[in-house]
Design a protein around this ligand. Structure first.
Ligand code: AMP
Length: 130
């Protein structure tokens, strides 16, 4: 069974897309720790980040940095935090989280946003990509 992120990549289920190229996609997390919480995902379905081929891993870091720079321009925050977990979805993804407080890295505190807000935010971040 393909992962939920592969289903997003294959356009079988929708997402609030920020960026996409041949190898990666970035979209808003559906259950965000903070406004702008974004996931950067390789299209190749690999379970664990450190099992990735080194080149793909480094390219994911480059892609994530580009998205993080756009995110920090868009969402007021002290800095963008980065985390890799994968206990819920076993398909590599980098969490980018605009931070004002350490609690926003704990995955215990969630924010609610309407579909309209999420759509608008994804577009604003996309517009700030270089
Ligand atoms: P983890 O695998 O523990 O790193 O967490 C998976 C993350 O994926 C969680 O933050 C979820 O909110 C997020 N997530 C799960 N399904 C979706 C989806 N359909 N669209 C966007 N984010 C999702």
């Amino acid at each position: 069974m393909p992962s939920i992120f592969t289903q997003i990549i294959n356009k079988e289920i929708p997402c609030y897309k920020i960026a996409e190229n041949d190898q990666f996609i970035a979209f808003l997390d559906i259950n965000p720790n903070a406004k702008g919480h974004t996931l950067c995902v390789p299209k190749q379905e690999i379970n664990k980040i450190f099992d990735m081929p080194e080149t793909l891993y480094l390219d994911l870091m480059r892609f994530s940095r580009e998205v993080a720079v756009a995110l920090e321009k868009t969402v007021p925050c002290k800095r963008v935090g980065m985390s890799v977990i994968g206990l819920e979805v076993p398909h590599v993804h980098v969490h980018l989280i605009p931070l004002n407080d350490m609690k926003q890295m704990t995955f215990q505190q969630k924010v609610t946003q309407s579909e309209g807000e999420l759509n608008a935010l994804a577009k604003q971040i996309a517009n700030n990509l270089v």
